[in-house]
Design a protein around this ligand. Structure first.
Ligand code: SAH
Length: 222
């Protein structure tokens, strides 16, 4: 899988995608992530990629020309399953969406900044718009990192233990059960006896019951 992320501040995404599980996936060649600086596609020597909004008002707007040039160049090299724009009013990211996206071959993710992007980009060049929640970030970079991390850990072979993504919250419509590690007793705060019992079937049953209970309490109706 290949993900091309277009941004005016690619530095903002570097660190989240260069450590831990995503880094391991990149090192193993399971995902190829490219950070593209939109300024490299600017028309003038000032590397201008934004301009004042028509009609007035505060904030700058990312221009269509550099975005169109950048996307055209990428599309001339391979075909893309989706050209995604990170947007607060897009479809809300959830685990089923992450699962579906993890099956794609080539994705472009465009990050907005400032006041947003020229609407014609959204109308003509974007195939899908994704939000990470009902709040406003300064730019799409952190949101793109969230989407990318969600997708990458679902690619087969990325997580060492093949079952661990499957037992995560939301994979089966349930949130995860509580987990514990040593010590079994911390100043009198004890780990549930069942987890120390060694009875795998009983432990599985307990975990499932905990998941069901937590889901009812915290995410009824997911
Ligand atoms: N004026 C816009 C917000 C612009 S925020 C509005 O009110 O809708 C600047 C950029 O940050 C956006 O272009 C988008 O790419 C990104 N962004 C902000 N919040 C986001 C969210 N919740 N999910 C995904 N992207 C977001």
């Amino acid at each position: 899988m290949r993900i091309d992320i277009i941004s005016v501040v690619p530095e903002l995404i570097e660190s989240p995608l260069n450590y831990s599980i995503v880094k391991r996936a990149r090192d193993k060649g399971l995902v190829d992530i490219h950070l593209i600086n939109l300024r490299d596609y600017a028309a003038n020597k000032y590397k201008q990629v934004d301009d004042y909004p028509f009609g007035g008002g505060a904030g700058m707007v990312i221009m269509i020309e550099p975005v169109a040039r950048c996307i055209a160049e990428l599309k001339s090299q391979r075909s893309y399953d989706e050209v995604i724009y990170m947007s607060p009013d897009g479809e809300l990211l959830d685990q089923p969406m992450g699962n579906a996206l993890s099956l794609k071959q080539h994705l472009i993710i465009l990050c907005g900044h400032y006041k947003g992007i020229d609407e014609r980009i959204r109308e003509h060049l974007i195939t899908r718009e994704i939000s990470i929640g009902n709040y406003v970030l300064s730019g799409g970079e952190l949101a793109a990192a969230v989407v990318t991390d969600t997708i990458v850990r679902l690619i087969p072979g990325v997580l060492g233990d093949e079952t661990s993504a499957l037992s995560d919250s939301f994979q089966d419509g349930l949130v995860a059960p509580p987990v514990y590690t040593r010590p079994a007793d911390f100043n009198g705060w004890k780990v549930p006896d069942i987890l120390l019992s060694g009875h795998t079937a009983n432990i599985d049953k307990w975990r499932h019951e905990q998941s069901v209970k937590r889901t009812a309490e915290r995410r009824p109706g997911i």
